[in-house]
Ligand binder design. Structure first.
Ligand code: S3P
Length: 760
């Protein structure tokens, strides 16, 4: 048996667009050129096609009959319609081509029928027959339309059997890889089911729709005015009829299953249209219109926004020049914590909740999408406006699969509580960083309430939550100051019998309590404990999300450390449980004033006006730690620019955020030459070394690994304002989780910042 990695003589049986494009791609790739160029032969019943193939330089020779071409062939590609495969295989069998060791593959769109034909012809699946299917095509046909790029970046599915010869498989794989395709493997049955749904059913619908409309009286008008949607259907319906007839014969059962599912979907939608059920229509359309991005994110374990998707696939790097100014009036995006909660409570309320100022960042979009998956109609977001059509506490529907919440710890922990009270099972998954974060802190008390939750090892995600479990209220003494744990339990408490009480060791953000009260659900508080009774109802109320003080912090610190700075941050949320950063900066000597204080939708807001003033190092008061928990990366940069040492303790929580923020910051500061000492629960940072007075730089430049943590990336961006040299920050795509538009705003106030992308 003669075997070489690259075939010397390839025979393409059926020289249409598919076969011709393969030949063109192989020619373009110089297939086999290392030795002697591979000879490409073709067989086609149409002599003109052969002549054209030769004229175009795609094939060396051809014939309308198979027999004269078989001598010495070591790779045969069957590119004939599915129902013609058997006939060709019989000719191959008669000529003993397979027995002589040639590798055979095909390009048919269904695999089960072709395998059956092979078994009938050869008595069993020959080990050197590797069935395959390139997922690429065009409405054009014939060899003249051949395109060497047709397979580039497209998937080719191979369906090897346990008995397939590994070398034959390698050879077929090499063939398609040479044509630029991405080669995957799956079983024959799976292939046929998947293709029935993703390709055969859509084609059937397109053929049927176009034909139905083409038979109507006003058909000329229909085609004359066809644009957009219908045009796409006509494009699909323009495919080769013979090929498709064969596919529907060959893959009948799988196609019928897919069609049954589709028909019930259409019936549901028909009913909604008939009843004028606008929520049902919106829920379906919304889910469908966002499905593509959602599933892309799920598949790549990345993100929701097209722009971010691109960044996450590439490596995004910030290159920040030293120096720059900080002046102007800006508004940073909406508060992340409040944005999550606005969707959650809006979905569980009776009535329609209008949200403005919603953060269109990855994290809050993850929450929004998860509710769409559970049947909630949500319009937007569009320029911060979202309309949530509440379904009531018991109106959520089982999602079709796991809920993917990306990088968002808040989403996962709050969802855990909310989903523990549902009638259906759910699974929560997240990205690489979230998968490392502790979930036992919510799973344990929820289990005490009667929830059934499985975690991965060490209490990590994914979380599998069993539905239909009766919950009972508990009194829970939180071991750590965590608003996420508190909120999780309060949300579970909505579904629990009796009272759910949570005691916090230190005050944490109280957005959940405020918003529940705003939605007419009573939450009481006395001292360090808050509680609610299960079994009530939420009624929709408008929500105006203030700007996120955590995002504003990067600009507060930027102004605080930059001589000459004068900046106003408008409409920032100054909830007393969030203003640790204001208190700490003021203690360090920052010239920071609150202007225009007012209350918007149950949350206090103000414009923050900050001007440069020299900072001094302080011992950060322990009671401020939970109130500034997300602000420390930026505050460490302020500390590096302050006179003297800043000490932080009792902040071990920073080790379990999107990254170990104590270590990530310590490593980064060290890289810039800032003296620091790390402790288990804190850090000492020695600001501006002796003799570095005045307006000069406070430290050097350097290269920083943000570890994919948005706040680490933004903190070191700001640090460049007082660096002596450029700061380069790696892995910055996650800035989009909390602060879309950060780079533009940073530039607007006066930072010199470039983005660099590198395909990873
Ligand atoms: C958040 C609470 C905080 C915070 C997080 C958002 C919230 O986490 O760090 O970014 O929205 O409830 P912990 O409650 O775990 O400290």
């Amino acid at each position: 048996m003669q075997r070489t990695a690259l075939p010397r003589r390839i025979l393409i049986v059926g020289l249409g667009l598919i076969g011709g494009s393969l030949a063109a791609a192989l020619r373009a790739a110089g297939f086999g050129a290392a030795e002697k160029r591979a000879e490409i032969l073709a067989c086609d019943p149409d002599a003109d096609e052969i002549a054209r193939g030769i004229e175009m330089g795609l094939i060396d020779r051809g014939d309308t009959r198979l027999a004269p071409l078989l001598d010495g062939v070591d790779l045969v590609v069957l590119a004939v319609p599915v129902l013609a495969m058997r006939q060709v295989m019989e000719e191959l069998a008669a000529a003993d081509v397979v027995a002589k060791g040639a590798v055979v593959t095909d390009v048919g769109s269904t695999k089960g029928a072709i395998r059956e034909a092979a078994e009938a012809v050869f008595g069993r699946m020959p080990p050197t027959l590797v069935l395959g299917h390139p997922i690429a095509g065009s409405e054009k046909s014939g060899v003249a339309a051949s395109d060497p790029e047709l397979y580039v970046g497209h998937k080719v599915i191979l369906t090897p059997e346990p008995t397939t010869d590994p070398e034959a498989l390698t050879r077929v794989r090499a063939l398609w890889e040479a044509a630029g395709a991405e080669v995957l493997e799956m079983g024959v049955e799976r292939h046929d089911e998947v293709l029935a749904r993703t390709s055969h059913l859509p084609h059937l619908l397109a053929f049927s729709l176009v034909d139905t409309l083409a038979r109507q009286d006003e058909r000329l008008d229909i085609f004359r005015y066809a644009a957009g949607g219908f045009r796409d259907f006509t494009r699909i319906a323009g495919s080769d009829p013979v090929m498709w007839r064969d596919i529907f014969v060959a893959n009948r059962d799988a196609v019928l299953h897919a069609l049954d599912d589709f028909e019930s979907g259409v019936a549901r939608l028909r009913e909604a249209v008939e009843r004028g059920d606008t929520d049902a229509m919106l829920a379906t359309f919304d889910r469908a219109s966002h499905a593509r991005h959602y599933f892309d994110s799920l598949l790549n374990q990345t993100s929701y926004q097209a722009e971010y998707q691109m960044q996450a696939q590439d490596q995004l790097r910030y290159r920040v020049s030293p120096g720059g100014g900080v002046t102007g009036r800006i508004r940073v995006p909406g508060d992340k914590s409040i944005s999550h909660r606005s969707i959650m409570l809006g979905a569980l309320a009776e009535g329609v909740t209008e949200v403005s100022g919603f953060l269109e960042g990855e994290d809050s979009l993850a929450t929004l999408q998860a509710f769409r998956e559970m049947g909630v109609a949500i319009e937007g977001p569009h320029q911060g406006r979202v309309t949530v059509h509440g379904v009531g506490l018991h109106g959520l529907k089982a999602p079709a699969g796991p809920l993917y919440v990306g990088n968002a710890g808040t989403a996962m922990r709050l969802f855990a509580g909310l989903l523990a009270g549902q009638a259906f099972d759910t699974e929560l998954t997240g990205d690489h960083s979230l998968t490392k974060r502790p979930m036992g802190r919510v799973a344990d008390p929820l289990r005490e309430m009667g929830a059934v939750i499985e975690t991965a090892e060490g209490g990590r995600p994914p979380l599998k939550i069993k539905g239909g479990q009766p919950l009972k209220g508990i009194t829970y003494d939180m071991p750590m100051a965590s608003a996420q744990v508190k909120s999780c339990l309060l949300l579970a408490g909505l579904y629990a019998e009796g009272e759910t009480r949570v005691r916090e060791p230190a005050p944490t953000r109280d957005h959940t309590e405020r918003m529940l009260n705003g939605f007419g659900y009573q939450v009481e508080r006395q001292g360090d404990t808050c509680w609610l009774q299960g079994g009530g109802e939420l009624s929709a109320a408008p929500i105006d999300v203030p700007s996120d003080i955590s995002s504003a912090t990067f600009f507060l610190v930027a102004a605080a450390i930059t001589p000459g700075a004068d900046l106003v941050l408008e409409h920032v949320g100054i909830n007393p449980t969030r203003i640790g950063v204001i208190n700490i900066l003021q203690q360090m000597g920052a010239d920071l004033r609150l202007e225009n204080e007012r209350e918007v939708g149950g949350e206090p807001v103000a414009d923050l006006h900050i001007r440069y003033a020299p900072l001094k190092g302080i011992d950060i008061p322990v009671d401020q730690v939970p109130l500034a928990i997300d602000e420390f990366p930026a505050l460490f940069v302020a500390a590096a620019n302050a006179e003297g040492t800043t000490r932080l303790r009792e902040a071990a929580e920073l080790r379990v955020k999107e990254s170990d923020r104590l270590k990530a910051m310590a490593d980064g500061l060290t890289a810039l030459g800032v003296e620091n000492r790390l402790f288990d629960d804190g850090i000492d940072i020695v600001g501006r070394a002796e003799g570095q007075g005045g307006d000069g730089p406070s430290y050097g430049g350097g290269r920083i690994d943000s570890l994919g943590d948005h706040r680490i990336a933004m903190a070191f961006t700001v640090a460049a304002l007082r660096a002596s040299d450029e700061i380069v920050i790696d892995d910055c795509a996650n800035v989009a989780t909390s602060f879309p538009g950060f780079v533009d705003l940073a530039r607007r106030v006066g930072l010199a910042l470039e983005e660099e992308r590198e395909a990873s």
